[in-house]
Ligand binder design. Structure first.
Ligand SMILES: Nc1nc2c(c(=O)[nH]1)N[C@H]1C(S)=C(S)[C@@H](COP(=O)(O)O)O[C@H]1N2
Ligand SMILES: [Mo]
Length: 319
């Protein structure tokens, strides 16, 4: 299927009827049938926002977006409703505070139990790893959710280059620490810098992405520029933004959220409708741009892809 050009398609859906719109997208007959099932559903968040669209019938993610109504979250919403506590805990205030955040030059320090440690610059990363588009659902632990077309490359591609040693069991990520430019880091309640981690098999999973763009545009600071993690079957807080350090380690890393509220946030953080947050239910979720709530889907809809990673584990204990 032809790659969607969001800047191109969006104005067209205003003046073309649906059939012509689909034709303009280059979607073949078979896909039209799939999309027809959801044609009565409205676009998320109003039709006058700049970039939004129908999720391609066969996104190359391998992940399923069908349960999500095949509707992408409007670009305007993706860049204006953010969790990035280094700037502020006010979701609608992040974009303004992050506007002048310097994301170039940028490098990631690679270390720990690897054969090839050292810094790697964003320039090198861009040259070395071709990006692909992945349409993923993102479910925040707070109960809201989006569907986002990312540009990125599998974390496994980087891992193959840096070569974890056999003693490495986990990967640990660190976000930038710069309280001079990130006002939220003066909030001493949180143990900065933001830290996250994955088990090595989760890190190697093909769905696990290092993202550099959204909707065909480079990431904006509020979304974690210039490079962030995206792990679509886990709560959004695992998808750590603005990464400056990656270490391969033997022990399970302690994330910022585990350290600040260990009873509320565990290491795994797999989306699970049957395991509630101590202060609220996780049974339902609200898509940004809609009012009603929908049932939460196990592993955020990616059970087929990732279920086997957790076979035999007690997911209530390992929350
Ligand atoms: N460094 C850092 N990464 C972070 C966060 C944060 O506060 N700091 N918030 C997380 C949470 S809770 C969510 S839901 C997602 C939000 O990503 P988005 O703003 O791009 O939608 O980023 C995650 N990554
Ligand atoms: Mo979140």
């Amino acid at each position: 299927m032809a790659k969607l050009d969001y800047t191109e398609i969006t104005p067209k859906d205003k003046y073309l009827n649906r059939k012509e719109f689909l034709k303009a997208l280059g979607i073949a007959g078979a896909s039209v049938a799939v999309l027809a099932a959801c044609q009565d559903k409205p676009f998320i968040a109003g039709d006058d926002l700049p970039r939004q669209g129908v999720i391609p019938a066969a996104p190359n993610s391998g992940g399923s977006t069908e349960e999500f109504g095949n509707i992408l979250t409007a670009y305007e919403d993706v860049i204006s409703y953010n969790n990035f506590y280094e700037f502020t805990t006010d979701k609608e205030g992040v974009a303004r505070l992050a506007k002048d955040f310097q994301t170039s030059p940028w490098e990631i320090q690679i270390g720990g139990l690897v054969e090839n440690p050292g810094p790697i610059s964003m320039k090198e990363i861009r040259n070395r790893y071709p990006t692909e588009e992945r349409v993923y659902r993102m479910r925040c632990v707070e109960g809201w959710t989006m569907a986002i077309p990312w540009q990125g490359f599998p974390l496994s591609a980087l891992l193959e280059d840096i070569q974890p040693q056999s003693s490495a069991k986990y990967i640990r990520f660190e976000s930038i620490y710069d309280p001079k430019t990130m006002p939220g880091q003066s909030n001493r309640y949180f143990p900065w810098p933001y830290v996250e981690g994955l088990r090595l098999d989760e890190a190697y999973h093909n769905l696990t992405l290092l993202a550099t763009g959204i909707y065909g545009e480079d990431l904006l600071p509020q979304n974690g520029a210039p490079i962030r993690l995206v792990v679509p079957w886990k709560y959004g807080f695992k998808s750590i933004k603005s990464i400056v350090k990656i270490d391969l380690v033997e022990e399970m890393p302690v994330s910022l959220w585990m350290e600040s509220a260990p009873k509320e946030y565990g290491f795994y953080a797999n989306v699970n409708p049957t395991v509630d947050h101590p202060r609220w239910s996780q049974a339902t979720e609200r898509r940004i741009g809609e009012y009603s709530r929908q049932p939460t889907i196990m592993f955020n809809g990616y059970k087929e892809e990732v279920g086997s990673l957790y076979e035999g584990m007690d997911l209530r204990e390992n929350f």
